[in-house]
Design a protein around this ligand. Structure first.
Ligand SMILES: [Zn+2]
Length: 141
């Protein structure tokens, strides 16, 4: 059985090495589906949706209306720090793929007890930057 919860936030980023428009700072209305897979309990519930929400909503709130910056992007990081503009730093480039990895690893590493208690064995995080494209990361417990 799989269940999923959707999250949304507005954010900016750039990919400094990109040959097209993604090189420059720009924004997305990000949409993320966090899907967990396992066996439902005797009540027919895999996980309470509010527990998934509680696990990830604080991070999503931190990211909302923020610029996500790769720690290697010294130029953008400098601008963000100097200006005091709202930003989040991640340890790798800010591709949709890496944002999936970041959220999936957070869920598996920081909320492992919840997942194990609910007998969840697989987590999938899907992040869409636009209506027509998404990336997905899979983690097994
Ligand atoms: Zn983009």
């Amino acid at each position: 059985m799989k269940v999923a919860k959707r999250f949304r936030w507005e954010g900016a980023h750039r990919l400094p090495w990109h040959e097209g428009r993604c090189r420059d700072l720009h924004g997305h209305s990000y949409e993320m589906f966090v899907e967990v897979e396992g066996e439902p309990d005797e009540n027919g519930m895999l996980i309470d949706f509010k527990h998934l929400k509680n696990a990830l909503a604080p991070m999503v709130d931190t990211w909302d209306h923020a610029t996500v910056v790769a720690e290697t992007d010294a130029k953008l990081l400098g601008i963000m720090r100097e200006s005091g503009w709202r930003h989040v730093v991640i340890p790798y480039d800010t591709t949709a793929e890496n944002i999936c990895v970041y959220f999936a690893d957070h869920l598996v590493n920081e909320h492992r007890d919840l997942l194990v208690e609910r007998r969840i064995h697989t987590v999938r995080v899907r992040v869409a930057e636009t209506e027509t494209c998404y990336a997905e990361a899979v983690r097994s417990l």
